[in-house]
Design a protein around this ligand. Sequence first.
Ligand code: GLY
Length: 371
Amino acid sequence: MKGITFSRRAALLGAAAFPMIRVVKGQPKPKNIVISSANGVAACGKAMEVVKSGGDTLDAAIAGVNIVELDPNDTSVGYGGLPNEDGVVELDASCMHGPTRRGGSVGAIRGIKTPSKIAQLVMAETDHMMLVGEGALRFAKDYGFPEEDLLTERSRLAWRMWKREMRDKNGHSNWESGVDGPPKAKKMAELQRVFPQFDEETLAWAYEVATNPPHGTINCIALNEKGEMSAVTTTSGLAWKIAGRCGDSPIIGGGLWLDQDVGGAGSTGRGEENLRVCGAHTCVENMKHGMPPKEAALDVLKRVARNFDNDPQRLGEVDLNFYVLRKDGEYCGASLWNKRSANSQRGAAFAVCQSQGESHREDSVYLLERK
Ligand code: GLY
């Protein structure tokens, strides 16, 4: 066998000729990588800093989403989030820590700017998995978190606008002057008269969210070079919801799931539709059974479409997105629609940060296309 390379000789003789050599398929080395929803470019960057400095993956993901929770200009998460129908901000969050296979969550918590930290405390410091409402707030206060007003001038404006735009079939609203009032001006001029302290752009935004309630959220999943993974989802939920409504974000298995042996998934968008397919869990199970991340997430979105008999008109009301990170570093964002509405300028996207390079957005795959 002179002149034949070692591997060729092994192939000719078969593995039995070399009992000490096991033929193992090459496994890629785990890498540092963080993904999140599109509003998480800064969050991914922060989480990557923590991962690179050797911090725990859950601490990293939570440090990342804290930026967005504390940002008064993100009206879908934490402080400044759009409130419930009573004008009170209620937040949901959940987290999962891969190495210990533990999780925790809070639902409909009021007065706390960073609900992701409370979800982590529920996980780490209690024998429970989920605390809600008044009990969750008391628990947070016991740990020294201050109770604060989470409504900003911007989110209060949007809430007042929503009440104003609640009209009967004759176009009447209790929240504007009636027949005895001055004649109606054009919409924007009228809004400028009622809300003189806000500029046109802010009023147009408030009018849009008042009449088309959004469900923004942030999900973030972190993987490190040791192959450890963790994930968090945090939100102010559906704008103008009934007090006490919880979406998918605090539901472990719904808005978040992570299996340290497989990978993690999280979601943003209409929580009710995600819960009807147990989306994040289904996504990770799909990967466990061999589907790559894109296929795993698109399969979940197909189940959502199936719940609407694949009727594009009814599905047009639904906005739903998944973020998936497999244990080997393969990742994707996947959305039901290519863009949120026919008028949207931006397509479906998510944020990602790797060890080398800046945190940035990438395009998501999608199931359905709006022209
Ligand atoms: N996915 C966020 C919510 O529905 O509340």
